[in-house]
Design a protein around this ligand. Structure first.
Ligand code: CA
Length: 520
C-alpha cells in the first residue's frame, strides 16, 4: 500500500513539474555591446560588414528600426537600462558620478520573482553590482587582451581575448546555475569600445578593400552651432599610439588630441600592449609593424592623414565586431544544443551608437542619429512573430518594462518607459509615442568636449538646445537632411514648427520630471 501511494505521489509530482515546465517564465539573455553602431550591423546597413548571427536574431524575431538611447554615453546608458528611468531620476548623469546601487533595478525585481540573476562582462558603474546571484565583471573599461575580472569581489586575470572570454563565462554561468529557476543573464561585451583591438584571428580582415568614407567625412560644421565646431572627436585627431597602434619612437610626442589632450595615450598604449603574451605580441607585431613602418616612411599629413586614420580606425572597429558576431553565434548554438533557445528571450543591443566617420567623427554623446540610434533585435518564438519589423520610436528606457512583461512581472510605477510587447507582432498599435526626449550632461568635464544639450526627436524633426556655457538651438528635417548638416533653427518659415516641437518637448520634460535645466 505504501509503495503504491509513493508511486501515485511521484506520478502527480512529475505531471505537476511538466505543467510547470511548460508554463514557466522564459529565460532572458541581454547581450549588450559597447558602442556598436547600427551602420555596422548588416541587418540595418550592409555597406560595411556582415553580422549573420546578430541578423539571425532579428530575422527570427523582431527588429526595431528606430531604437534610441536617452543619454548617449556608456555608464549612464547602462544605468537607464537597469533602472528603467532617465538619468535625472537614477542619478547617473555622467561618468563623474557613481551608480546608486541601492535603488530598484530590473535584476532586483526579477530576482525577487523567481529568477536566477547574473551578469558577466562590462559593468562600468563604479559601485559594486547589486541584485545579482552571480557577477563577474571587468574593472572599469576592462582590457581586450588577458583582462582582469572581479568575481563577487575577487580579482583574477584571464588569458585570452575579452569577447571570447565573456562568452565562455556566459555559458559557464548558465551551466553552473543552481536549481531549476529561470535565469536572467546580462552578457555585457567590452567590444567594440575604443581602442578597438581586434583578436589575432581577425587582424587581416578587410585588408583587401578600402572601406567607403561617409559623404560628410569632411564636414566643416559651417551650418551648425558652436557645439559641433568645438567638439574634440575628429578622426583626424586620433592618437597615433593607442588608436592607430603605431610603434612610435620613444622620443616622438603624441600628436593627436584624441578627445583629451592631457591624457597620456602613449603610456596607456604601452600598458595595453604589454598585457599581451608572447604569442599574441608575435601575431600583433607581424601585422602592425609593417603598417607602422610604412607610415613613418611616408608620414602622411592633412587630408591624406585623416583618410589614412579613417581606414585604420574603421577596419579595427569592424574586426572587433566580427568577433562579437561570431560569439553571438556561439552562444546561440550552445542554447540550441541545450534545448534552451526557444524558451529564452534573446535581446541584442548596444549601450549607444557611434560615429563611424560621419561629420569626420568617432565617439557618441551628441543627439545626432549615429550616436543615439542603437541596434535592437529580440527573439522569443512563443511571443514574437518571426520576421517582425517595427519602425516605431522606441527607447532603451523601454527594455526593463518589456523584460518584466515577458517574465510576467508587474512593472513598478517608477519606471518611465513602455513595454515593447505590443510591438512583438505585425499590425497597427493604437497608441504609441510620437516623440522621444534626450538629455546629455557630461560637460565641461570628461572627454571629447561635447556641450550639454537636450532635445526632442519626432519621426521627421529634431530640435536640440545646447546650454551651460552657450545657448544655441538646432533644428533638423531628417527627411530632407538625414545626415543633419543644415540647421534650420531661426529661419522665419520654421517658427511655427519650432513652437510646436518646443511645446511637445516641454510636455515630455514634465512627463519625465526633468527639472535639471530651466525650461525654455
Ligand atoms: Ca558605450
Amino acid at each position: 500500500m505504501s509503495r503504491y501511494c509513493g508511486r501515485v505521489v511521484l506520478i502527480l509530482l512529475s505531471v505537476g513539474s511538466m505543467a510547470f515546465a511548460q508554463q514557466r517564465q522564459p529565460n532572458i539573455i541581454v547581450i549588450m555591446t559597447d558602442d556598436h553602431a547600427k551602420k555596422a550591423t548588416s541587418l540595418y546597413d550592409g555597406s560595411l560588414n556582415a553580422t549573420p548571427n546578430i541578423d539571425r536574431i532579428g530575422a527570427e524575431g523582431v527588429t526595431f528600426r528606430n531604437a534610441f538611447v536617452t543619454n548617449s554615453i556608456c555608464g549612464p546608458s547602462r544605468a537607464v537600462f537597469l533602472t528603467g528611468v532617465y538619468s535625472h531620476i537614477n542619478g547617473m548623469y555622467d561618468h563623474s558620478r557613481r551608480f546608486d546601487s541601492s535603488q530598484v533595478t530590473l535584476p532586483k525585481i526579477l530576482r525577487g520573482n523567481g529568477y536566477f540573476t547574473a551578469i558577466v562582462g562590462k559593468w562600468h558603474l563604479v559601485t559594486t553590482p547589486t541584485g545579482f546571484d552571480y557577477w563577474k565583471v571587468l574593472i572599469d573599461q576592462g582590457e581586450y587582451y588577458n583582462p582582469n575580472f572581479i568575481e563577487m569581489g575577487d580579482t583574477s586575470r584571464y588569458e585570452g581575448y575579452a569577447t571570447d572570454i565573456i562568452t565562455d563565462l556566459a555559458i559557464e554561468t548558465i551551466e553552473k546555475r543552481v536549481g531549476d529557476k529561470p535565469f536572467f543573464l546580462m552578457v555585457n561585451e567590452k567590444a567594440p569600445h575604443r581602442n578597438w583591438m581586434p583578436d589575432t584571428t581577425h587582424l587581416r580582415m578587410y585588408d583587401d578593400r578600402e572601406m567607403p568614407m561617409p559623404e560628410n567625412f569632411s564636414d566643416d560644421y559651417s551650418d551648425r552651432t558652436r557645439a559641433a565646431t568645438e567638439q574634440d572627436m575628429e578622426v583626424r585627431n586620433m592618437y597615433l599610439s593607442s588608436d592607430m597602434k603605431l610603434y612610435m619612437p620613444e622620443n616622438e610626442p603624441e600628436t593627436g588630441t584624441g578627445g583629451k589632450a592631457t591624457f597620456n595615450a602613449k603610456a596607456d598604449w604601452k600598458r595595453l600592449y604589454e598585457r599581451m603574451n608572447i604569442a599574441q605580441k608575435k601575431a600583433w607585431d607581424e601585422y602592425y609593424k609593417p603598417i607602422s613602418d610604412a607610415f613613418y616612411k611616408e608620414r602622411p599629413e592633412g587630408t591624406k592623414l585623416a583618410e589614412w586614420k579613417y581606414q585604420r580606425y574603421i577596419k579595427d572597429y569592424l574586426r572587433c565586431i566580427a568577433s562579437v558576431d561570431e560569439n553571438v553565434g556561439r552562444l546561440l548554438a550552445y542554447l540550441e544544443k541545450k534545448n534552451l533557445l526557444d524558451n529564452t528571450l534573446i535581446v541584442y543591443t548596444s549601450d549607444q551608437g557611434f560615429f563611424l566617420g560621419e561629420h569626420g567623427w568617432y565617439d557618441k554623446r551628441f543627439m545626432y542619429e549615429e550616436s543615439i540610434g542603437i541596434p535592437l533585435v529580440m527573439r522569443l518564438p512563443s511571443m514574437i512573430s518571426r520576421g517582425t519589423d517595427r519602425s516605431e520610436l522606441v527607447l532603451n528606457l523601454d527594455l526593463a518594462p518589456t523584460i518584466l512583461q515577458v517574465a510576467g512581472v508587474a512593472t513598478p510605477q517608477r519606471m518611465q518607459g513602455s513595454s515593447l510587447v505590443p510591438l512583438f507582432k505585425s499590425g497597427d498599435v493604437p497608441e504609441w509615442r510620437s516623440a522621444v526626449y534626450y538629455h546629455y550632461y557630461e560637460y565641461p568635464h570628461g572627454w571629447h568636449n561635447v556641450k550639454r544639450h537636450y532635445g526632442i526627436r519626432t519621426d521627421r524633426y529634431k530640435l536640440i538646445h545646447f546650454y551651460n556655457d552657450n545657448d544655441e538651438w538646432e533644428l533638423f528635417d531628417l527627411k530632407s537632411d538625414p545626415f543633419e548638416m543644415h540647421n534650420l533653427y531661426g529661419k522665419p518659415e520654421r517658427q511655427t514648427l519650432v513652437s510646436s516641437l518646443n511645446r511637445e518637448m516641454i510636455s515630455l520634460m514634465q512627463k519625465y520630471k526633468d527639472t535639471t535645466v530651466v525650461q525654455p
